[in-house]
Design a protein around this ligand. Structure first.
Ligand code: ATP
Ligand code: MG
Length: 256
């Protein structure tokens, strides 16, 4: 059984068909690339899967469960966690505090408890802090824990965004253009991190325009164009696919 199984999903915005009858399945443990020219529907698909938009038609399943109508907090509780194309951090919070906010998604203690500082909530806060530090160490950000998020260099801000996502305990992590704006060294470091995350058993769905990254770490790639799947296969197959070349013709991104 596929981890994520999308069946004939369409997403229309008025007359605009952002996704058209899309069939698409992600297997447990893979790093799957999702590519396509600007406006192809990639981010819209993340928005549909995570429950921000209700699809116009079709259904999709996670671990066999129909999650078509779940809202974002429902999909997050199941372990479907995504990052955003634009960086979304609490800029005036410390790096550590940012990750601790991410932990609260799974916290069973009340917000008021934490304000009142009840013994349970204090213990829970300490557990969150320890877990957040582990994530920062894993992501190579531990030494910046007390910095304000806004003072981090761009590459580290992106890594912090992923750290916050990890705090939500994903089983499926959906990354929307994680290396955008990175220099080649930062981008190579991010590729290693994404592989390390997968090696911990977290399935990755990756939107990325940087073909070096996509071809370098994805086992399989799905290509969207105008909301439709036009190709799917290994990096080698995608590289050779004439429909993919056609879709990107004149585009600046495709340099495989
Ligand atoms: N909320 C919305 N309302 C109306 N149209 C939308 C909405 N969200 C997305 N669209 C449209 O849907 C189409 C697909 O957009 P989407 O953001 O999914 O593309 P993308 O593949 O992520 O592109 P990019 O690579 O530029 O990020 C675009 O034409 C976009 O303008
Ligand atoms: Mg997008």
């Amino acid at each position: 059984m596929a981890l994520l199984d999308i069946q004939k999903v369409s997403m229309h915005f008025g007359g605009l068909k952002a996704i058209r009858e899309l069939d698409f399945a992600v297997q447990q443990g893979e790093i799957r690339g999702l590519i396509g020219p600007n406006g192809a529907g990639k981010t819209t698909l993340f928005n549909v899967i995570s429950g921000i938009y209700l699809p116009t038609r079709g259904r999709f399943f996670f671990q066999g469960q129909d999650i078509t109508r779940l809202r974002p907090h429902g999909t997050a509780k199941l372990g479907i966690i995504r990052t955003f194309q634009a960086i979304t951090l609490f800029k005036h919070f410390s790096v550590l505090r940012n990750v601790m906010v991410g932990c609260h998604l799974h916290s069973h203690y009340s917000f008021f408890g934490s304000l009142l500082g009840t013994p349970n909530s204090l213990r829970h806060e300490r557990e969150n802090e320890a877990r957040s530090m582990e994530i920062l160490e894993f992501m190579g950000l531990a030494r910046y824990k007390d910095e304000l998020a806004m003072n981090l260099p761009h590459g580290h801000q992106r890594a912090l965004g992923i750290s916050i996502a990890l705090a939500g305990q994903p089983s499926l992590l959906m990354l929307d253009e994680p290396v955008t704006g990175m220099n080649p060294e930062e981008s190579a470091a991010m590729m290693k991190l994404i592989q390390k995350i997968r090696d911990r058993g977290i399935t990755i769905l990756l939107i990325e325009h940087d073909m070096k990254v996509v071809m370098g770490i994805c086992e399989r790639i799905t290509v969207l164009n105008f909301g439709e799947k036009i190709a799917e296969g290994t990096p080698e197959e995608i590289r050779k696919d004439p429909d993919v070349h056609e879709a990107y013709l004149g585009g600046e991104h495709y340099v495989a």
